[in-house]
Design a protein around this ligand. Structure first.
Ligand code: PHE
Length: 347
C-alpha cells in the first residue's frame, strides 16, 4: 500500500468510526461530547489537517480534499443527529402534555354555607318576619359594656358566670355574651322604642370538650318601649320557637337568674330529636334549653338612657352552637370550627 492509499484509508476509518459513534448517541449531552471528540480541535480529522504541512507537495491537494469531505460528511451527520434529537425531545414533551379534549370536564367544586351560618340566617329571617332589625355590636368589648352597665360592677360575684378572656389593655375583653350590645342599642336609640336582635360571635375561656368551645355564636333579643310586659316576652319567644321548630313545638319557661334581667327565666323547647319522649340528646328529660331571658333590669334601662319609671323591656340570649349540634345530631362541637371539608360538606 502506498503512503497515499494508507492516508486515505485512515481518513475513511476516521469517518466510519465517527459515524458509528454518532449512531450510538441518544442524548444532547452525548452529542456535544461527540462533537468535541470528532470535530473538535484535537480530533483525528483536525489532526490530518495539521499534519498536511509535513506531506509531500503532490499529496497535499488530494489529502486536503479528502479530509474536507470527511469533515463535511461528519458535520452533516452531526446536524442531522442534532435535528433528530431535538424533534424526539419535542415529541416526548407533546406526549407528556397531551390533552384529550374529548374527556368530560372536571366538575367545579361548589361551596356551601356553614351549618352555623345556615341556622343563624334562619333565626335572623324568622325575627325579621316578626319585625325585628339586626344590630351589630363589637366582639372586642369593654368591661363596662360586657359587665358594669349590665348591673355587674367590678368584683361583682355574678361575673364568675362568664369565664372571660381579657386583653392586655385595661378594661378591654372579648365579649362573653351579646348582652353588652343591649346598652349600645339603647344609647343610640333612646328614647325611641327598640325591637332588635344582635347576632354574633362570643368567646369564653372554657376547657375545650365535645360540648364546649371557646368561640361560639349567640343571638341577643331586645325589645324596649312603653308598656312592654312579661306576657309580650312569652308570646314573642313562643311565636319565635314555633316559627323555627314547627307549629307543634311546645315550649316552657323556668325561673332563673341573670343580674341584668328581673324577673329572669330560661326557655326550653320540647326535644326535637325524640319529640319529648326522652332520649340521649335531651338526657331523658324531653326538653332542651334554648335561651335565657327576662325583663330588662331597671338599672340596665337607666344605663341605656331610658327612664325605668316610664319604659320597660325584655331581653333574651340564645346560643346557636348547641342547638345546631342537637338539630343535626353532631357529636362534637369542635367540628364546627376545625374546617374539615368532609364534615362541612354534609350540610
Ligand atoms: N347573656 C346571657 C348569657 O349569655 C343570656 C341572656 C340574655 C339572659 C338576655 C337574659 C337576657 O348567658
Amino acid at each position: 500500500m502506498s503512503d497515499k492509499e494508507a492516508a486515505l484509508a485512515n481518513l475513511q476509518k476516521i469517518q466510519a468510526e465517527g459515524l458509528a459513534a454518532l449512531e450510538a448517541v441518544t442524548e444532547q449531552e452525548e452529542l456535544e461530547a461527540w462533537r468535541v471528540a470528532t470535530l473538535g480541535r484535537s480530533s483525528p480529522v483536525m489532526g490530518v489537517f495539521s499534519s498536511m504541512g509535513a506531506m509531500d507537495q503532490d499529496l497535499r491537494p488530494v489529502m486536503g480534499k479528502a479530509a474536507n469531505e470527511v469533515r463535511t460528511t461528519l458535520e452533516a451527520a452531526f446536524e442531522a443527529k442534532r435535528a433528530a434529537l431535538e424533534e424526539a425531545a419535542l415529541l416526548k414533551e407533546l406526549e407528556t402534555e397531551k390533552l384529550d379534549v374529548t374527556l368530560p370536564g372536571r366538575p367545579v367544586e361548589r361551596g356551601r354555607l356553614h351549618p352555623l351560618t345556615q341556622v343563624l340566617r334562619r333565626i335572623i329571617r324568622t325575627f325579621g318576619d316578626m319585625g325585628f332589625q339586626v344590630y351589630r355590636s363589637p366582639e372586642v368589648e369593654t368591661d363596662d359594656y360586657n359587665f358594669t352597665y349590665l348591673n355587674m360592677p367590678p368584683y361583682h360575684p355574678a361575673r364568675d358566670m362568664w369565664d372571660t378572656f381579657y386583653t392586655k389593655d385595661e378594661g378591654v375583653l372579648l365579649r362573653t355574651h351579646t348582652s353588652g350590645g343591649q346598652i349600645r342599642v339603647m344609647r343610640e336609640r333612646a328614647p325611641e322604642p327598640i325591637r332588635v336582635i344582635l347576632p354574633g360571635t362570643t368567646m369564653r375561656y372554657e376547657q375545650l370538650s365535645a360540648r364546649s368551645e371557646i368561640e361560639f355564636a349567640q343571638v341577643e333579643v331586645l325589645v324596649v318601649g312603653e308598656k312592654v310586659t312579661f306576657a309580650e316576652l312569652k308570646g314573642t319567644l313562643e311565636d319565635f320557637a314555633k316559627r323555627l321548630f314547627g307549629e307543634e313545638a311546645r315550649t316552657r319557661l323556668r325561673p332563673s337568674h341573670f343580674p341584668f334581667t328581673e324577673p329572669s327565666a330560661e326557655m326550653d323547647v320540647e326535644c326535637f330529636v325524640c319529640g319529648g319522649k326522652g332520649c340521649g340528646v335531651c338526657k331523658e328529660t324531653g326538653w332542651l334549653e334554648i335561651l335565657g331571658c327576662g325583663m330588662v333590669h331597671p338599672v340596665v334601662l337607666e344605663n341605656g338612657g331610658y327612664d325605668p319609671a316610664r319604659y320597660s323591656g325584655f331581653a333574651a340570649g340564645m346560643g346557636i352552637d348547641r342547638s345546631t349540634l342537637m338539630r343535626y345530631r353532631i357529636d362534637d362541637i369542635r367540628h364546627f370550627r376545625n374546617n374539615d371539608i368532609r364534615f362541612l360538606r354534609q350540610f
